[in-house]
Write a protein that binds this ligand. Structure first.
Ligand SMILES: Cc1ncc(COP(=O)(O)O)c(C=O)c1O
Length: 370
């Protein structure tokens, strides 16, 4: 097998559901069906025939999703099993062996692994911690050339919570345009901005821009496994052709719930619930971190469900993560899985009580260790 272990997903799969305290949730504490749906909607659900759905997504769901973008219609949308399938499908549709892929890092590293496995050459351009996680656009410009098939963005960014400004997005489009490269933006955290309006999408900014989206993060519905690709109709048609070979279709129950969650009123309720959670939990995390200001620092996230903190004590992040999990029952993803030792990824989309208890246990651990 020619694919590297996807460390981030592997550690989460191993420990997320088995530790007493998960302080590294990547999204928001998920809804139950009862919390999300009305009794009428729940009883409608009982009548759903469990057949195959339309393989590119139900017409009405694609129409609803297309309304999240400017001037898009249902033909611009392919519904997928989570945005992870969207990422897989776009890579296999656009990339060929030998292509170069320039990718924003740190990042959810799925596309890095897929690109390598396909015989492409992934190259990193960096968000700079010393610049408040602003992207190094000079570095990007220096890496992109006629061999660059795709520039991969994660905006809002996992794990830093950085959101690109409109000017930065325009600059990235200009660099891509110069060399005819595709832009693929993972926008699964769009809608989870702590403050201010919802972020802008790359979709429609450039005729070679494709984005993903999905209900796993900003909508707190990861178990539905509903994601999508949004982009130019011709490339979406090609992605659909590839998708027929991956999983055929998503699932009728997930599509039914997705359509309800994406209705404007319900969508606003969900996003507001999660943004409120983020603001409160960020405050909590900040007041905890203040007690360790000589050894912990972080740039407050602008969006997303996590903060990426830097620590200065002399312990490797995987060792620290393992120790906290085994000795204190608290799971925190190590910066190592992003190739960034001396960082930890704290989830701030969890329930407040989980955070309070977890921080208490981590503090106990720090007392024993340092
Ligand atoms: C940035 C990013 N993209 C995509 C995914 C995949 O999400 P899903 O397949 O649940 O939609 C994740 C999951 O953690 C993620 O963080």
């Amino acid at each position: 097998m020619n694919i590297r272990t996807f460390e981030l997903e592997r550690v989460q799969s191993l420990y997320e559901n088995t530790v007493p305290y998960n302080l590294t949730e990547s999204g928001f504490h998920p809804y139950t069906l009862e919390q999300l749906l009305s009794p009428d909607e729940l009883s409608e659900m009982n009548k759903i025939v469990l057949g195959y759905g339309q393989t590119n997504g139900a017409v009405s769901l694609r129409q609803t999703i297309s309304n999240l973008y400017i001037d898009f219609s249902k033909e611009n949308i392919l519904v997928t099993n989570g945005s992870s399938e969207a990422n897989y499908v776009i890579c296999h549709t656009l990339l060929e062996k030998g292509d170069e892929v320039v990718m924003m890092v740190p990042n959810y590293m799925q596309i890095w692994g897929i690109a390598e496995e396909m015989g492409c050459l992934p190259k990193p351009f960096h968000l700079k911690e010393e610049n408040g996680w602003r992207p190094d656009l000079e570095e990007l410009a220096s890496l992109v050339n006629e061999k660059t098939k795709m520039i991969v963005i994660c905006n809002p960014n996992n794990p830093t919570g950085y959101v690109l400004s409109k000017d930065e997005m325009t600059a990235i489009v200009t660099i891509a345009e110069k060399h005819g490269s595709w832009i693929f933006a993972d926008e699964i955290y769009r809608g989870a901005e702590l403050n201010g309006p919802e972020g802008i999408s790359f979709a429609g900014m450039y005729d070679k821009a494709v984005v993903n989206g999905g209900l796993s993060k900003s909508y707190a519905l990861p178990g539905l496994r509903i994601g999508w690709l949004a982009g130019p109709q011709s490339v979406i048609a090609d992605c659909w052709a590839y998708h027929d070979y991956t999983s055929i279709t998503t699932n009728m129950l997930g599509e039914y719930v997705a359509e309800i969650a994406l209705k404007p009123e319900k969508r606003a309720i969900i996003l507001n619930r999660n943004r409120k959670m983020l603001r409160e939990n960020l405050e909590l995390a900040t007041s905890w971190a203040v007690g360790y200001s000589d050894m912990i620092s972080f740039i407050p996230p602008q969006a997303g469900g996590m903060l990426f903190l830097h620590y200065s004590f002399p312990k490797n992040s995987s060792d620290l993560s393992d120790w906290l999990r085994l000795e204190k029952g608290v799971f925190i993803v190590a910066g190592d899985v992003y190739g960034m030792d001396h960082h930890l990824r704290i989830g701030i989309g969890a329930e407040k009580e989980v955070l309070v208890k977890s921080f208490k246990l981590v503090s106990e651990g720090f007392k024993e260790l340092f």
